[in-house]
Design a protein around this ligand. Structure first.
Ligand SMILES: NC(=O)c1ccc[n+]([C@@H]2O[C@H](COP(=O)([O-])OP(=O)(O)OC[C@H]3O[C@@H](n4cnc5c(N)ncnc54)[C@H](OP(=O)(O)O)[C@@H]3O)[C@@H](O)[C@H]2O)c1
Length: 232
């Protein structure tokens, strides 16, 4: 039986994925980061200690299968899956400016469809964990109630593809959490940026946010309101 704690995080860039990886490594996890392009090349020297970076195009089923097969062979289980990779586009774009292929469908491939695919593929490995956690990284832009409020800071961002894909991801999180509620696996959303904690577009994880993430993973205590948490 493999007693190491294993985490898989999508994305390796200058953004949150790498920060989440470092945080988990500091809490004793072996971390696999799955990412695709430029960042993979510039960061592969970071494959050291307990973080390794595996080149993965999340939109390619073959790549996701290879990732699964690697984890199965090496660890035969997965404890934490953080669906964090994304593309963002279309800031301020009005409906007549939407480019369906370049902006909308390409974004949905990464921000929604690949998450369904990777989650489905990794589920058998997560079921072998005694603490399986799936964290879908959300955004306030996908929060319908916040976006209805004219006073909300991001209400006029008008990132149609990004915001609608994040809203759909939120629903997937709810549905999967309900489906898995009789298993040991917990499914949650986590928004890394909330105005009370962080500045706009700041990819530093503030202390409070860090605590909340660790609490969701049952490896830290939360102080104050937690991220969206369903059923458990
Ligand atoms: N930054 C914010 O202000 C903010 C606010 C709220 C929520 N969030 C959420 O936080 C998460 C991380 O955001 P971030 O700003 O840190 O992101 P980021 O810096 O834009 O990084 C996104 C990463 O996703 C990877 N990626 C894109 N397409 C891919 C594909 N097909 N296959 C594999 N990897 C792919 C990219 O890798 P390559 O470079 O290798 O292509 C990139 O490293 C996202 O889910 C985002 O929605 C961010």
């Amino acid at each position: 039986m493999n007693t190491d704690k294993i985490a898989l995080i999508t994305e390796a860039g200058n953004g949150f994925g790498h920060k989440f990886a470092t945080l988990l490594e500091n809490h004793g996890f072996s971390v696999i980061i799955a990412t695709k392009g430029e960042v993979y090349h510039t960061r592969q020297t970071l494959t050291q200690g307990n973080i390794e970076i595996l080149k993965t195009d999340l939109t390619q089923r073959r790549d996701i299968t290879q990732l699964h097969d690697y984890i199965k062979k090496r660890y035969d289980k997965l404890d934490v899956l953080i669906n964090n990779g994304e593309i963002a586009n279309g800031f301020g774009q009005k409906i007549d400016q939407l480019r369906m292929e370049e902006d909308v469908k390409s974004l949905y491939e990464v921000n929604l469809f690949s998450i369904l695919e990777i989650t489905k593929t990794m589920l058998p490995l997560l079921k072998k964990s005694d603490m399986g956690k799936i964290i879908n990284i959300s955004s306030a832009l996908g929060d319908i109630n916040k976006m209805k409020d004219d006073g909300f800071h991001y209400a006029n961002y008008q990132m149609t593809a990004y915001a609608t894909a994040k809203a759909a991801l939120e629903m997937f999180t709810v549905l999967l959490s309900r489906e898995l509620r009789t298993t040991k696996i917990q499914v949650n959303s986590f928004d890394p940026i909330r105005l009370k904690n962080c500045t706009h577009n700041d990819v530093a994880i503030c202390n409070q946010v860090e605590k909340e993430l660790l609490e969701l993973l049952d490896i830290g205590k939360v102080v104050g309101p937690a991220a969206l948490s369903f059923f458990k």
